[in-house]
Design a protein around this ligand. Structure first.
Ligand code: GDP
Length: 195
């Protein structure tokens, strides 16, 4: 995809603020710090449109970025942040859950996991939940550049095994630093937004 225009639209705190132009939406889920903002910036060739590393987990908002006039990236607040209280964890869960289950424009969820570590309990729960609810999901393994090339396959295998990605399930290793995985991810996204 050739990105000619990318803009931040809104940090939506509820459905009444979601865009109404019916463009397809690609959601990004993952732990705080996994590299969601960096991935958005890399996908659209911008250094700083998506904010990297503000206070992670602090806000309960869905950040909408419109790409060309083709789609939105919808950045979820990161999960698994230790300082988040139980109450806000619950609020996070409810907002995300209703978005994921009810938003017709949602075409694909990018579940982001850090390639350096085995998936966390939250990662596994999220992936199970997405599949259980029949949502299309592509696992994106971030920070590939931080792992020596000879060890990468081993890390991919751990992620696939522990999440339980079936053969044929979508998994893309990615590096926001070096651009690895970008074209493959655009190609997957294009397939889902054309339907
Ligand atoms: P977010 O909280 O999920 O939005 O994560 P960020 O995009 O803010 O990234 C968290 C930290 O990881 C930042 O310091 C980024 O520079 C770094 N980071 C993210 N992606 C990559 C990557 O692919 N390679 C490397 N080396 N660092 C990355």
């Amino acid at each position: 995809m050739k990105v000619t225009k990318a803009e931040f639209i809104i940090s939506a705190v509820g459905p009444s603020q979601f865009p109404v132009d019916a463009l397809p939406e690609i959601a990004l889920a993952g732990r705080s710090n996994v590299g969601k903002s960096s991935l958005i910036n890399r996908m659209i060739n911008r250094k700083n449109l998506a904010r990297t590393s503000s206070t992670p987990g602090k806000t309960q908002q869905l950040n909408y970025y419109r790409i060309n006039d083709d789609l939105y990236f919808v950045d979820f607040p990161g999960y698994g942040y230790a300082k988040v209280s139980k109450t806000s964890r619950k609020a996070w869960g409810q907002m995300i859950e209703s978005y994921l289950l009810e938003r017709e424009e949602l075409k694909l969820v990018l579940q982001m996991v850090d390639l350096r570590h085995p998936p966390s309990k939250d990662d596994i729960m999220m992936y199970d939940w997405l599949r259980h609810n029949g949502l299309p999901v592509c696992v994106v393994g971030t920070k590939a550049d931080k792992i020596p090339k000879t060890r990468r396959e081993k890390h991919y295998k751990v992620i696939k095994q522990e999440l339980g990605i079936l053969p044929g399930g979508l998994f893309i290793p990615f590096s926001s630093e070096e651009g690895m995985g970008k074209e493959e991810l655009w190609s997957v996204i294009s397939g889902y937004i054309e339907n």
